[in-house]
Design a protein around this ligand. Structure first.
Ligand SMILES: Cc1cc2nc3c(=O)[nH]c(=O)nc-3n(C[C@H](O)[C@H](O)[C@H](O)COP(=O)(O)OP(=O)(O)OC[C@H]3O[C@@H](n4cnc5c(N)ncnc54)[C@H](O)[C@@H]3O)c2cc1C
Length: 600
């Protein structure tokens, strides 16, 4: 078992040297914070991840969530994890003082999410969902809903869920059939329907569970425009805040999953007895819009979850590779020479380096996005707000989809470093691979993220969002070119940037000429190419900082040189791949479109 789940020196480097998080404290909302409080929060989150989440990681997998036909029990260790997180204010560390929080930047919340997922990803699920439900109520709910539920959710007295999926409706959200009809006295709605795959849908962690449910009211328009958002408590809450009657929400089962077993994924029936009471959030038919408005950060957080697991797996692989003795240097012919640690074999070192590049590149990107979100909410200039918002919109699908796919691939390499031991459940990396898979599926499957990037984000505001991002990439490239040791790396990344621009323009022409299917048929390849550029850019940004510190005579040569060479490795292996993809896109590859289903 590794002693380390994440590299805190890298995290401090990202927070302070790259992202300059402390600069946020010039804005009134964050003025009570300082580098010390930000560091204290980061260190405490790591300590919790390491000492509270991590010890029960494998236990969660073996014990799983249990359903006895009536109720669901979480793994035993979850109770202590929940208690400590609730007491420490970790359900929503960014929540305002007025709402009982500590008013940290969301960057700190995102970092905590990453660290808790390094420690125990199934356990961290319960926190994220509760924050999500509370945040919806806070942003769109009435005063009554806020008074009844919000403080208790943020404090961990209640837990929350996000309820969209139905047995026959996953991606195609607009086809959902759960209905809500006005009660006879008009005070609330009566919900009826079956939902499936609901994370934290039932458990014994808290005295109540507050479901944020999408449903369709009578006469609502078809499709996504007819969905409304409702708050549906498991137990009704009386006016004085005490727990009232059971609200006709029945758990019919939990999923037997390949991973994330400690997270209860429930099937729920609402209104089996005809008395499931639901309270409307905001306006009728705006439900999906409300959820979408919070979606950017939710999707960045999904990437965080995946890369959190990949970080823990990388540190497992690193420790294993330093201690596992096997074979000798390729030039040695003496069988009596002592064996060497496998980290000394270039192939193993490359596998480690690729994992490190994914973890540090993706973490850099996610924290950058969270920082952009914080900045967007701190500044008052509407033009600057819009620019920042567009950056976040462009990068979100890449965080979610590339983050989760690259994390899975990175954990595959962590297993490979372990050889046969990696395939054995004695080591945690096999579980990590199983746990990580879901992040490419939920919160919008990755294929849908790719369609979102190419179909919605790229053409957004006449291409202005893409231009805003390109300007940021160009700025970093120009800065790197000023530093002689980074010039070749900057040139390489610029060549990919040029190819991405060409491919985008080519696809854009297809879209404009009405060939929509052709435009979108390689959306996943487009997202991967785009992500290679985004991650190369992020690692270049880190390399620029590192080179400047080295030029100024830093004594931490190994640390900073490691940053530069990680950027070089990522670009070295991925820029050619990105360029080849761009060429495939401009050559109008369309096999996927033309291959008829009956040819299978
Ligand atoms: C562990 C776990 C936890 C979950 N937690 C929650 C939760 O808390 N709340 C909740 O509401 N849901 C939850 N889900 C459900 C999850 O969001 C859905 O599984 C996901 O949206 C995909 O839907 P589906 O499973 O029906 O797959 P489908 O929609 O059937 O998709 C199958 C495949 O087809 C592709 N596809 C589908 N439609 C299209 C299209 N139009 N164009 C191109 N490709 C398409 C998809 O990309 C995917 O690869 C969870 C799922 C799991 C496994």
């Amino acid at each position: 078992m590794p002693d380390k789940l994440a590299d805190m020196r890298t995290i401090k480097f990202l927070l302070h040297e790259v992202l300059k998080l402390e600069e946020l404290t010039q804005y009134p909302y964050y003025e009570d914070h300082s580098r010390e409080t930000l560091d204290m929060a980061a260190d405490t989150a790591y300590q919790l991840a390491h000492e509270v989440f991590w010890p029960s990681y494998q236990e969660f997998d073996q014990e799983g969530a249990q359903f006895d036909g009536h109720k669901v029990a979480v793994p035993k260790a979850m109770h202590e994890i929940w208690k400590q997180c609730a007491e420490g204010g970790w359900i929503g560390p960014n929540v305002s003082y007025d709402d009982g929080g500590q008013q940290f930047p969301i960057t700190i919340h995102a970092l905590a999410c990453f660290l808790f997922n390094c420690g125990n990803t199934a356990a961290a699920m319960y926190l994220g969902l509760t924050y999500g439900a509370a945040h919806l109520i806070k942003t769109f709910g009435s005063k009554e809903l806020q008074d009844l539920y919000m403080a208790k959710l943020f404090a961990g007295q209640y837990a929350g869920t996000m309820v969209l999926t139905e047995p026959d409706t996953g991606t195609s959200v607009g086809d959902m059939t759960t209905t809500a009809s006005k009660s006879p006295d008009g005070d609330y709605y009566l919900l009826r329907g079956n939902k499936r795959f609901i994370s934290g849908g039932d458990h014994d962690l808290t005295e109540n569970i507050i479901h944020a449910v999408l449903a369709r009211t009578e006469g609502a328009p078809p499709g996504i425009k007819g969905l409304s958002l409702f708050i549906v408590p498991k137990y009704r809450v009386n006016g004085d805040g005490s727990i009232g009657e059971w609200n006709d929400v029945t758990t019919t089962g939990i999923e037997h999953k390949m991973g994330l077993k400690g997270s209860a994924t429930a099937s729920l029936t609402f209104g089996d007895k005809g008395d499931c009471r639901a309270w409307l959030v905001g306006e009728l038919n705006h439900g999906l819009r409300y959820m979408f408005e919070l979606m950017n950060m939710a999707r960045v957080f999904t990437g965080m979850q995946a890369v959190g697991v990949a970080s823990a797996a990388y540190h497992c692989a690193l420790e294993y590779s330093r201690t596992r003795l096997q074979g000798r240097d390729i030039t040695s012919r003496d069988p009596l020479e002592p064996q060497i640690p496998i980290i000394q074999h270039p192939d193993v070192r490359l596998m480690l380096l690729k994992q490190r590049a994914v973890v540090e590149g993706c973490l850099g990107l996610f924290l950058y996005c969270a920082r952009v979100h914080d900045q967007e909410h701190a500044v008052t200039d509407p033009e600057e707000q819009q620019r920042l918002h567009m950056l976040l919109e462009m990068l979100t699908p890449c965080c979610k989809a590339y983050g989760s796919d690259a994390a899975f691939e990175s954990i595959r390499l962590a297993i490979q470093c372990h050889g046969g031991s990696g395939y054995s459940e004695e080591y945690p990396v096999a579980q990590m691979l199983r746990d990580c898979k879901v992040f490419s599926i939920y919160e919008g499957a990755n294929g849908i993220q790719a369609l979102d990037l190419l179909g919605r984000k790229v053409p957004m505001k006449g291409g202005m969002a893409l231009q805003a991002l390109n300007a940021e990439v160009s700025k970093t490239i120009a800065e790197a070119k000023e530093l002689a040791p980074l010039k070749d790396l900057a040139d390489k990344i610029e060549s990919l940037q040029n190819e991405v621009v060409q491919a985008t323009m080519h696809l854009g022409m297809l879209g404009l000429s009405g060939k929509v299917n052709q435009y979108l048929c390689n959306a996943t390849a487009y997202l991967e190419m785009f992500s290679h550029l985004a991650i190369s850019w992020q690692l270049l940004m880190q390399a620029v900082v590192a080179q400047k510190v080295l030029d100024a005579g830093s004594t931490e040569e190994n640390f900073y040189r490691g940053k530069i060479e990680t950027a070089r490795c990522y670009a070295g292996y991925n820029v050619p791949h990105g360029i080849a993809t761009a060429q495939m896109l401009t050559a109008d590859e369309r096999t996927a479109l033309d291959f008829k289903p009956e040819w299978f």
